[in-house]
Design a protein around this ligand. Sequence first.
Ligand code: NAP
Length: 262
Amino acid sequence: MTPPSSTPLPEPASELFSLRGRRALITGSGQGIGFTLARGLAAAGAELVLNDIDPVRLEQAVATLKQEGFPVTGRCFDVTKSAEIDAALAEVGPLNILINNAGIHRRAPLESMPLEAWQAVLDVNLTSAFLVTRAVVPGMIRRRAGKIINLCSLNCEVSRPTIANYAAAKGGLKMLTRAMAVEWGKHNIQANGLGPGYIRTAMTGTLTVDPEFDRFIRARTPAGRWGEPKELVGTAVFLSSRAADFVNGQILYVDGGLLAAL
Ligand code: NAP
């Protein structure tokens, strides 16, 4: 064993977690969690490429972060369309970090769920991560470095009525994350999942104003409250940074303790 006196000093946290010199693409980052993660990664030093399906929302998000002094560009594309993704990313330059964040809900009882609702949720929440990562990863493999973060969910582990499509997609995303880790670990690429609990965004807007659901979440979550998008930033920065160089194939839940409670 190496004697303690000759082991190198640990790097200061400011260096270990710094994203200076890194370029990150975050899908669906025109608002909500993706936008907040973009701001957080930019504050940690990264250059950001934002994406959204809505060009106006994307333009506003890019303008906001530019005004705050961050180096940001935007690429408008639909994460479910392979040709659009490839065209949009062709001239984006090397990407060190990819956050597959775009997601949707289409709630319906399973026995009467339209195929369109099933397919749309699978496409945006699961297939998109395959398509966007497939477009980005060859550069990471060539450079022998890359961080991939997939926005998972408590529904990787547990379900609720009317969200079978979402639970199936997020459960699949958990295993896609592990498959990425297993296949690309040899290229020094780390793929991990970030699993938020119930977070206040447009996606959960109808739920936060539903008194019964709000009561249920507060009672069910050991923290006794909803989470805010900014509470996910630390985990995203960690998983994007050199501090996570040996963390691979994990799903890190940031949920106020919900998954731990029965
Ligand atoms: P959000 O506020 O609805 O933001 C998602 C963004 O992605 C929206 O701007 C959305 O546009 C965009 N988008 C949808 N389809 C797209 C496509 N095909 N191509 C490109 N962009 C697309 O949602 P959020 O709450 O921030 O959620 C972000 C991620 O976290 C999702 O993967 C979600 O499943 C996950 N998550 C959220 C929570 C939560 O409590 N909020 C909990 C667990 C996991 P439109 O609005 O036009 O659809």
